[in-house]
Write a protein that binds this ligand. Sequence first.
Ligand SMILES: C[S@@+](CC[C@H](N)C(=O)[O-])C[C@H]1O[C@@H](n2cnc3c(N)ncnc32)[C@H](O)[C@@H]1O
Length: 188
Amino acid sequence: MFNLTVTERCHRILAEYIKEGDVAVDCTAGNGHDTLFLARAVGEAGMVYAFDVQKEAIENTSRLLSKSGIDISNVSLICDSHANLADYISRPNIIMYNLGYMPGGDHSITTTETDTLKSLEIALDLIAPGGVISVIAYPGHAEGAREMDSIKSLLSELKPDKFEVVTITQDNRKNAPVLFLISAHHDL
Ligand SMILES: C[S@@+](CC[C@H](N)C(=O)[O-])C[C@H]1O[C@@H](n2cnc3c(N)ncnc32)[C@H](O)[C@@H]1O
């Protein structure tokens, strides 16, 4: 739990909930680390959909997957906004968001409050009973802070008989990233 990056912490927690054969979505492919994590976790019987608005991110993800040597026939890389999630997927078990900009890429291309909120509302609608959504938000830049506040207020309105929302952050570090975990109840 301690001495981990926020993404490592997120992977460790999600690993407890992902099953082989699951359908998983990476809503922000970036350099592909989350997509690779999901592809390994769902195995050859599962399916992974990974979205990014940047062609470069899709290429980086494709390269990382190829280098890893895993079977990529069950990974679909989609160069589109995660706001269009519903056009591609019906009932995923796991949905991940790692917001902000692509490390090593163009920092002006970042997730936005508008698209993220739209996508998250759709994700909450699509998620399978018993499924989990993770969102990592970075409040250290202006758009990230707005995005995080809106996410918080959306999640705080969710009915507790349908979803459980858990938030993990480091309280003694300024602008620490925030990990939101949303579990959909089995009788959703
Ligand atoms: C922090 S990076 C993701 C890191 C990535 N998951 C990894 O493991 O390397 C955020 C990514 O979100 C992408 N992005 C921004 N707006 C988006 C949108 N509307 N839909 C999908 N991806 C978006 C950016 O292009 C960027 O690559």
